[in-house]
Design a protein around this ligand. Sequence first.
Ligand code: ADP
Ligand code: MG
Length: 518
Amino acid sequence: MKIHDGLLLIVAIVILSSLASNEARRLSKRVTCHSTLNTADATCETEFACFTYVMSIRKKQYHGCIDSDLYRLFMCNVTPTSTFVSKCCHEDMCNKNLTLSLPTSDSSPRDDIDNKEKVIYVGYGRTVIIALCISAPVCLITLTIMLYIYLRDRRLSILHKSLIESDPEFVVGKLPESSRLMDANIPQSLKDVARLEQTYSGSGSGLPLLIQRTIARQVILHDCIGKGRYGEVYRGTWRGEDVAVKIFSTRDECSWRRETEMYQTVMLRHEHILGFIAADNKDNGTWTQLWLVTDFHKKGSLCDYLTSVPELSIDGMLDMVISIASGLTHLHMEVHGTRGKPAIAHRDLKSRNILVKNNGTCCIADLGLAVCYDACNDSFDLPSGSRVGTKRYMAPELLDNTEPKTFHEYKKIDIYAMGLVLWEIARRCAFAGHPSEDYQLPYFEKVQADPSIEEMKETVCVEKFRPTISKTWDTNEIMKSMGKIIQECWYESSAARLPALRVKKSLIALKRNDPVDV
Ligand code: ADP
Ligand code: MG
């Protein structure tokens, strides 16, 4: 919301509340007046005012009720003349003893005028007070909201500025001539993005922020392709190529910041982790949007893909599972040295957070909940905010409310979730005359669509139930081994679960038809 929109809003509120209070006042107080006009008991009732008038042609006083605002304006607001004098009041029977006389040429009508002004003043004064009582708190609330929005937007732009300033690539003067922000250094295509990342930072930790902003502002948005917990995801185009844009509201700034930071972690770029292009905070004229621009995968999420394909071949299945295991291995792996990377745990691995690439392999997306391990201090920074992973995919220790104490335990929570994802994929595989099973989410036979923690706990921890592995898998060596690998991922004891690298190696051995050691 802009400041001038806010001011217009306040003016509208004041006018409306003034009208409303006028109406309220009008309806609230009715008075009984003395009446000389056709009433049996010489009284009448009104919410406006009582009047008395005298006219020179009749020389008689008339009393009665004002029955409209217009009439009040006419009767109560006229300047006394030698032919007509009127007076209004707003108390029960207040006009009964009013005696008016037509002013003679030398007498002053001052007293009558004073009284008339008083009546009008009292009437309108009350309106003003009621209007103020209604509009003041509303204006105060609106002003507070505007101030909050203003300060928040200002904070975001300061934040972005400070990020740019803290990026040594942008301290102009320290930059070698070749890396100044010139058009030649702005990527011309998506292929250029990864190449230039290396040129700028030498470590694959994302492009300089100013370039990211330039790219983000050249993106044209098209259709909405997905909705998650935090953002709406749109297909966009940048220099004629498709990109995906995840738009967070400023309310979810923490998620945007965390995901952006994760993608810009040194050496995160990997074939099986969603390719990051740019992040930007952008004022669309009404509010600030937080953008995350990534590679676009038109086959969408693994969950949508598995639902829509008729079946998978064994090779197709293996390509998928190997790619997921190698994406997770890369995330979990700590690489030492200056061009190293910290270990990262995903914490929300599921088929909706994995995307299917054109070549049928997958990449891991949605790093909004990820945690990075700081090996030097043996610590990890849990994201702020109350977001927890997806209940259906929560490992038994999380459902049991046992907070993981070591980073290693977080990795094992990812492995449990990966086991469930591998099961979702393997069900869709048709082999040796056995048709594929229909697509189902893990625990579909036990819990409802949006299960509660209690339901999941009952199923996973108390009943110790795990998704059913069909007996038909035993009729095929690869499927049989798949079943074993999957079961080794979802053991109750986190220590017994396989590490990601081991899962990856076993799956690669399956693909090569080598003996599998599980
Ligand atoms: P959230 O953090 O809100 O859960 P996600 O990153 O998981 O958002 O994205 C939500 C959905 O949007 C995904 O399940 C997927 O269907 C779609 N989506 C996200 N990123 C892409 C992308 N790069 N290409 C195609 N579809 C995407
Ligand atoms: Mg998601």
